[in-house]
Design a protein around this ligand. Structure first.
Ligand code: 5GP
Length: 198
C-alpha cells in the first residue's frame, strides 16, 4: 500500500486538496469573510450544505444551501450521506460526504462553513483539516451587531447570545482564531490563513 493510500485510509486528505473549516457565532461576520474568500480565492471549492430551514429572502437553492425536507434529511442520515450533520437553532444542517471527498481526491481545496458540532465531527474524520474560528471583539459588540441587522426579535437575539457563549467556549478546538474587529483586517488575516494552509 502506498503512502498516499495509507494516509487516506487513516482519515488524512494528503496529497489531495486541503480541507478548511470555518465556524463562528452568528453575527461575528463569517458570511462576509467567506464571501470575500470566495471572490479572492476562486480555486477554493465552497461546500454547499443541505438544510431543513426555509430559505431567507435572496437565498438561492444550490448556491446558498440545498433546501430539503426533514424526511429527505433523515434519509441522508440513514444512507450515510453526510460527512457531518447537526441540529442548529432547531434546523438540521449537513455536509455531503461524497462532495467533499471527490473534490479533495481531485486535489481541490474545500471550504466548509459549519457550526462547532459539525467541526468536531469533521476533525474526527479529517484530522488534518485546518480549522478557523471567527469571533466578534466582545459580547457587547456581538449583541450590537445582531440588533443592528434588524433580523431578529429580542428573544431570538438572547437565544443567539446564549448559543454564542457555548460556541466560543469550544474555540480551543480550532487551530486559528480571527477576531473580526476591523473588517478589512479580518478579511486579510482570514485570506492569508487560507493561502498559507493551501
Ligand atoms: P444559517 O441558517 O444562519 O445560514 O446557519 C446557521 C448555522 O448553521 C451557522 O453557524 C452555519 O455555519 C451552520 N451550518 C451551515 N451549514 C452547516 C452544515 O452543513 N453543518 C453544520 N454542522 N452546520 C452548518
Amino acid at each position: 500500500m502506498t503512502d498516499s493510500i495509507q494516509k487516506k485510509h487513516d482519515g488524512g486528505n494528503a496529497p489531495g486538496g486541503r480541507l478548511f473549516v470555518v465556524s463562528a457565532p452568528s453575527g461575528a461576520g463569517k458570511t462576509t469573510l467567506c464571501e470575500a474568500a470566495r471572490r479572492q480565492l476562486p480555486h477554493l471549492v465552497y461546500s454547499v450544505s443541505s438544510t431543513t430551514r426555509t430559505p431567507r429572502e435572496g437565498e438561492q437553492a444550490g448556491r446558498d444551501y440545498f433546501f430539503v425536507t426533514e424526511a429527505q434529511f433523515r434519509a441522508g442520515i440513514d444512507a450515510g450521506q453526510w460527512a457531518e450533520w447537526a441540529k442548529v437553532h432547531d434546523n438540521y444542517y449537513g455536509t455531503s460526504a461524497r462532495f467533499i471527498q471527490d473534490h479533495l481526491d481531485a486535489g481541490r481545496d474545500v471550504l466548509l462553513d459549519i457550526d462547532v458540532q459539525g467541526a468536531a465531527q469533521i476533525l474526527r474524520r479529517y484530522p488534518d483539516a485546518l480549522t478557523i474560528f471567527i469571533m466578534a471583539p466582545s459580547m457587547d459588540v456581538l449583541r450590537q451587531r445582531l440588533s443592528a441587522r434588524g433580523l431578529d426579535s429580542d428573544e431570538v437575539i438572547d437565544k443567539r447570545m446564549q448559543n454564542a457563549r457555548s460556541e466560543i467556549a469550544r474555540r480551543p478546538m480550532y487551530r486559528y482564531v480571527v477576531v473580526n474587529d476591523d473588517l478589512d483586517a479580518a478579511i486579510d488575516r482570514f485570506i492569508s490563513i487560507l493561502k498559507r494552509g493551501a
